[in-house]
Design a protein around this ligand. Structure first.
Ligand code: CTP
Ligand code: MG
Length: 231
């Protein structure tokens, strides 16, 4: 099942504290964003990539694309202040009734099998996200006092890619803009506008590289991946 993907790389990487966009940091010798781009470039089902960037980094991203022979990026668009703004800028480039995936550039370990499952589920149900059951016990805390222990079996940590029929997610973003809704992921805009979102179980390796310790984990994962057959 073919799809298009919007890949987000227009953040600032503040929590990484590297003094530059974390997308440019290297894992196993190449920038994080290239690992992510190569995962989709090498997926036969991926038709087109829209890459969302900071305008000031356009030249460096362009040079990555040519050096690594990435051919599926049809457009590099300027992102917005919040992730949600960046997603909308990317979605606006696309047209048609097909499936679009939205993926964090900071998740380079996404597996083709997970991409395929979330894509198929979105085709059947309109909207689907990858998620994994939460491993830790989670408590609700206010002013450093426990308010409540939340039932763990109900809790899932959501990941990307998130997959949608393009007209549905575009409509959710437009409604979100009109109503001033805010969301840290795309599915929550769908939820807030009354759409059902299906959950597909992903895997724990699909981490979002966010803080410095994630870089160590990422190096280790990449080392394990080399030598094993890439899926
Ligand atoms: N992103 C984006 N546009 C924004 C904010 C985030 O395209 N305005 C992208 C990031 O580049 C990243 C993904 O969305 O690939 C997930 O966001 P996050 O992990 O929060 O990255 P940053 O926003 O860069 O990091 P931080 O929040 O620590 O500043
Ligand atoms: Mg952020």
């Amino acid at each position: 099942m073919n799809y298009d993907v919007v890949i987000l790389a227009a953040g600032k990487g503040k929590r990484m504290g590297a003094g530059k966009n974390k997308m440019l940091l290297e894992v196993a010798g190449i920038p994080i964003i290239l690992h992510t781009l190569l995962a989709f470039e090498s997926d036969k089902a991926c038709s087109r990539i829209v890459l969302v960037i900071n305008e000031s980094e356009r030249d460096i991203f362009s040079s990555f694309l040519s050096h690594f022979n990435i051919t599926k990026v049809v457009k590099m668009v300027q992102g917005g202040t919040e992730r949600q703004d960046s997603v909308y800028q990317g979605l606006k480039v696309l047209s048609g009734e097909g499936i679009v995936l939205i993926h964090d550039g900071a998740r380079p370990f996404v597996k083709k099998e997970s991409i395929a499952r979330v894509t198929e589920t979105a085709r059947d149900e309109g909207a689907a996200i990858l998620a994994v059951p939460v491993k830790d016990t989670i408590k609700k805390v206010l002013d450093h006092k426990v308010q409540e222990t939340v039932e763990r079996s109900d809790l899932w940590a959501v990941q990307t890619p998130q997959a949608f029929r393009l007209p549905l997610i575009l409509a959710a973003h437009r409604t979100g803009l009109q109503r001033g809704l805010q969301a840290t992921d795309d599915a929550s805009l769908m939820e807030q506008t009354g759409q059902t979102v299906a959950v597909v179980e992903g895997d724990y390796q699909n981490i979002k590289i966010t803080t410095p310790e994630d870089m160590l984990i990422a190096e280790q994962f990449m080392r394990n991946k080399k030598g094993s057959v890439q899926n």
